[in-house]
Every structure is written in structure tokens, then in C-alpha cells.
Design a binder for this molecule. Structure first.
Ligand SMILES: Cc1ncc(COP(=O)(O)O)c(C=O)c1O
Length: 408
């Protein structure tokens, strides 16, 4: 199989040529990735020459609207959904908040929602708050030792009261990739919809949301090489059934129903740069392929294979460190390269020690407070998180391992 050409990849990211970042290896990608040049170029072009009310009759305005539509339609095609099933909001947290308001108006007291303790707070708190409206909240708990969510445990929670199952494609501290299709099938068989937080998964290759079958799939463009936007797939059946949260006169336009905030025109337009980037990678590594969904799948597999190769030595090293507790799967199989470790030292202190060694990493609770508590870790003490993506090189992994040796 074709291997990822990381020199080519890094050529797309101005951060790697930025003088102030030289000599530092970036391992806090799960907090926000570097931005690719096509996104920066589109954003700059928009602000320079299209920064007017879009969808008007004059050229600058027409082009502004066309670029916003282009972002939605190209990314939707890559995600395997219809263009109007994808919408842009200020962030994933804001998107789940709006969705929860819609469910609050739709569900009846006695209906139930399943939430997990593996999620980031964004896909947890807004749903839990619906208890105030008489909705029953059921807890799908992870194994406190492994951090894994077992679909068999979900099956015991499902019955005909359950209307929605919320869970992460991948947790931002456990790193395990959950079997989305299997979970979707269980939930759908029980008559429930599913809401998947894909924020920690999408940067590792855009998922085929159509094939996964999720009714709601959310991710954040600023962690996926783009600007600060939250992308939300809402499949038509559910999107048309939930009460509209936007202006009444926009109720017939699916992608406007759950984005009450005025759209950030420039950032939405710039999101087309994510599609440019992924297509650029495709063109470099593969024979031409007319289907955007298929191109995205090939680039996804290319990124994941590269990440798996890089994860193995890091995980092998961490497994050997008796003073560190590796959170989540110990091998690359079924794992994203979001690798958290707990130790006697606070996560933040370890991250500071690594910063002095030229390693940019993060320490803390990462808003996965419930997950850390469930794992028996005090969120105030936190974990060190080492997160990378496909543009990371073997040399950077070596530098990380040497730095970890020095700061122990
Ligand atoms: C797994 C996960 N879900 C949701 C979020 C929230 O995303 P946003 O910052 O776009 O609200 C984050 C952010 O760190 C995350 O890691």
C-alpha cells in the first residue's frame, strides 16, 4: 500500500516553516491542529476581497456565497451525506447545546437518553441537563480499568423509552476508537437515534458518516486543519422531525434549522480549504478518482496507516514505564494517536517539563472531567496528553521519547 509522503504533507502547513516554531515538536494536536495553507489562503482571500454580505447580486457577494456553499457541498460529499445535511456552527459545544434545546422541545417526560462517562463534556452536559425537563438519563459507563465502552453493556440499557444514544467516536483522553456502526445498529434496532462526537476522530481521516449510519455526527474544523468552526451532520429524518431552532422563515432549509447564531461567513468559506487539502493529498498519492467520498476514504486509510506506524514505538515505550499509567489501548489497533498518561506528577507539571525540552504537549483534564473521575484520576491532578496526527514524523516521536526519558 502507498505510504504517506510526510515531506509533501508538511509542505501544506506554514507552521512547519515558521521561525518561531522551529526546534519544537507539536504533540497537542487534539487541542487544535495546525492549519493547512489552502484554509489560510481562502480565509485571507475572503477577508481581502469578499468581506461583504454574501449571496447578493454583485460579484464579491456572489463569490462569497458560492465559496460558503462550496465548503458545505464538498465536505458533505466527502462525509457521504447530502449537502444540506451538513451545517456550520461556532463550535461543537455550541452545536450540541442547540441540539439539546431541540430535543428538550421534542421529547416527553419519561423518554430516556443514554450518555457515557467517556465523553468530553460537550457531548455530555447539555444532554444531562435535560433531566430538568423530566427526561431520564441513563449512564453507559466505561470499564474503569481499561477505559473502554462495551456495546454489550449498552444493550442492557436500551428499551423502547430510549430516544437517543450519545457517545464519542473516540474519547479525547482514552483514545480508543468505538465501533460506531455496531453501536448505531444496536440503538436503531431499539428505536433510538444516535449522536456521535467525532471531534477526536475526524482529524485522523474524515469518516464516511453515511456508511457509519449516525443520525448526528459532530466535529471541530479547528482540530481538523481548518478554522474555528463546529461541523454538524444531521441526517434528514431526524433534522426534519426536531423542532426548528433558527428563524421561522428558515425552517424549510435543513442546514439552517439548528444554527441560530449568524454564520461566520469567512470561516465557513475557508473550510473548503480542508477539502482542497485532502484532495491535494489524494492527487499526490493515488490515481485520479472521481468520487469525493472514495477519495476521502483513501486519504483516511493513508493517514491512519501512517499514524499506526508512529504509535507503536511510543506505546511500546510507555508500556515499559512502570511509573506511568497509559490510559486506553496499549497497541495501535483500534486507537487514535491521542495518548494520555497518568503519573505521580500532575499532568500540567509534566507538560511544562516537556515544554522545556522542545515538546509542545498538554496537561490537565481536557474537559473530560467525568472520564478522569471514572478512571480514578483526580481531574485537578490531570493527565499528560501526547497527541499527534498524520503530519508527525518518526523523528518527532524519537524526540518525544528522549524528552520523556529526561523528564521522568
Ligand atoms: C472529544 C471532544 N469533543 C468535543 C470538544 C469540544 O469541541 P469545541 O471546542 O469545538 O466545542 C472537544 C474539544 O476539545 C473534544 O476534544
Amino acid at each position: 500500500m502507498t505510504e504517506l509522503d510526510t515531506d509533501h504533507v508538511r509542505g501544506f502547513f506554514p507552521a512547519f516553516a515558521e521561525a518561531s516554531l522551529q526546534g519544537q515538536a507539536f504533540f497537542e494536536n487534539a487541542g487544535g491542529s495546525y492549519t493547512c495553507a489552502p484554509v489560510i489562503d481562502r480565509l485571507t482571500r475572503f477577508y481581502r476581497s469578499r468581506k461583504v454580505q454574501p449571496y447578493g447580486p454583485y460579484d464579491a457577494s456572489r463569490l462569497a456565497g458560492e465559496e460558503m456553499d462550496e465548503a458545505r457541498s464538498r465536505l458533505a460529499a466527502m462525509l457521504g451525506v447530502e449537502a444540506d445535511e451538513l451545517s456550520f456552527g461556532p463550535s461543537t459545544t455550541a452545536n450540541t447545546y442547540v441540539l439539546a434545546q431541540a430535543f428538550r422541545g421534542w421529547l416527553q417526560p419519561g423518554d430516556a437518553i443514554i450518555v457515557t462517562d467517556q465523553d468530553h463534556e460537550a457531548n455530555s452536559g447539555p444532554w444531562r441537563r435535560l433531566a430538568e425537563a423530566g427526561i431520564e438519563l441513563r449512564e453507559w459507563r466505561m470499564d474503569p480499568a481499561t477505559g473502554l465502552l462495551d456495546p454489550a453493556a449498552l444493550a442492557t440499557l436500551l428499551d423502547d423509552h430510549v430516544r437517543l444514544v450519545c457517545f464519542p467516536h473516540c474519547s479525547n483522553v482514552v483514545g480508543a476508537v468505538n465501533p460506531v456502526s455496531e453501536i448505531v445498529e444496536l440503538a436503531h434496532d431499539a428505536g433510538a437515534f444516535v449522536c456521535v462526537d467525532g471531534v477526536s476522530y475526524a482529524p485522523h481521516g474524515l469518516p464516511d458518516v453515511g456508511a457509519l449510519g449516525a443520525d448526528i455526527y459532530l466535529f471541530s474544523a479547528y482540530k481538523t486543519y481548518g478554522p474555528h468552526q463546529g461541523l454538524m451532520v444531521l441526517r434528514r429524518g431526524l433534522g426534519e422531525a426536531l423542532p426548528n431552532q433558527g428563524h421561522f422563515f428558515n425552517a424549510d432549509t435543513l442546514y439552517k434549522r439548528f444554527t441560530p447564531a449568524g454564520p461566520d461567513h469567512a470561516q465557513i468559506a475557508a473550510c473548503a480549504g480542508i477539502a482542497d487539502y485532502l484532495d491535494g493529498l489524494h492527487a499526490h498519492h493515488f490515481a485520479p478518482e472521481p468520487d469525493p467520498r472514495r477519495r476521502a476514504a483513501q486519504v483516511h486509510d493513508l493517514m491512519r496507516a501512517h499514524e499506526a506506524r508512529l504509535m507503536e514505538p511510543l506505546l511500546a515505550y510507555l508500556r515499559e514505564r512502570n511509573d506511568l499509567r497509559l490510559i486506553g489501548p496499549g497497541s495501535a489497533q483500534g486507537r487514535a494517536p491521542t495518548v494520555a498518561v497518568a503519573s505521580g506528577q500532575a499532568g500540567r507539571a509534566l507538560a511544562e517539563a516537556l515544554a522545556a525540552q522542545g515538546i509542545m504537549a498538554g496537561g490537565g483534564d481536557f474537559y473530560a472531567v467525568l472520564a478522569l473521575r471514572a478512571l480514578g484520576i483526580d481531574p485537578a491532578h490531570g493527565v499528560l496528553r501526547l497527541s499527534f496526527v498524520h503530519y508527525t514524523t518518526p523523528d518527532e516521536i524519537d524526540r518525544l521519547i528522549s524528552a520523556l526519558d529526561r523528564v521522568q
